[in-house]
Design a protein around this ligand. Sequence first.
Ligand code: PMP
Length: 423
Amino acid sequence: MGDRLPSGDAMTSAFPVLAQQVGGRPLAYLDNAATTQMPLQVLDAMRRFDTHDRANIHRGVHTLSQRATDAHEAARARLKAFVGADERHELVFTSGTTESLNLVAQGLSLPGMPSGGGEGALQPAWLRPGDEIVVSALEHHANLVPWQLATRRSGARLRVVQPDAEGRLAPEALAPLLTPRTRVFALTACANGSGERPPYEAMLAMARDAGALTVLDAAQAMAHEVPALASLACDLMAFSGHKMYGPMGIGALVGRRDALDRLVPLRLGGDMVEWVSQTDAGFAELPQRLEGGTPNVCGAIGLAAAAQFIDGVGRDAIAAHVEALREHAAAALSALPGVRVLARHAHGSAIVSFVVDDVHPHDIGTVLDGRGIAVRTGWHCAQPLLERVAHGPTTRASFALYNTHDEVERLVEGVAAAVEMLR
Ligand code: PMP
């Protein structure tokens, strides 16, 4: 555990929501893959904006509007630096990973005017009949369903890289799917259903070499293992604020300008145009072109504060801590009779997802809640993956920097008690 990680009282004063009892016990919040909690630093940054600078951006000459615009752009710059973007890249604010991935899949499969209107002629969609889109079987529905629709709209074909029996994804499994027809390869940086961390660096590089546009769903990586964008063969990367100690309803699509330039804007209206006549419009440059309407300015400021918070604590310290908790939990849960941990071998993950013979995950979750332990149960929006590797829904505990080894012990005791009671 890193020296800079606050502990005990310091942690509960930094994260006020943690200082409460549930079921007569101190809350053990182990549902961080769904949503992490926010530290005071983030809450304060948002409160400062809303109580001092709140105004709409871009359209105003008045002081508050200018302050709000500056704060929004400063947030963008901080986040670009945080993810290791360079001058080839741009960052578009979205409501989160789901919107980011929909913008990519729809923006590539709809006819439209990707790089500015004005000529009046609709350009054909970038994806064409006969093209192939490759995704993995580890994906969250947000990185699968938009591609399913994209193939139907465009006449392209969806191909899926399969994991081995333990849920591991190997570069060798991708190789035969990459052909001259492959136009997109979309992959998760960590599977939220199983906790598997695929070798995405190598797989993105293979797909890029094959000529595909590469998309990384980094939702489960940003809180502890921030992918360094400029060093990856990654064209577009999506993430959410609420999974990295930031607010809900904000996230980003960050990537190469030439890849973002291919996307047909989905949010047409104010702030994304240069000029408008009664019958036509010319679109603005990136990133505004993809950010139509009033953005979540307060959210962007909170998200940048979350990035600053992560850097202040230290990414390596956070990663080492959550990985140690995951290893502790995976080892102890696997030792319980009838319990099977998915992706037991995984490294670089903060998620432990497991099944118990003859016991439904919802029942385990309910028993744990009675002991003040918050976990998630069900399909985790990754039904195809769980059908394959778990043959049903799972119980999932997921860790953040504020969790402790004592909480892991409580989890394991709670699961053992639930199994005893329910089997
Ligand atoms: N991808 C992954 C891997 C996720 O874990 C999630 C959230 N569970 C999403 C995408 C969707 O994120 P959001 O709900 O913030 O849009």
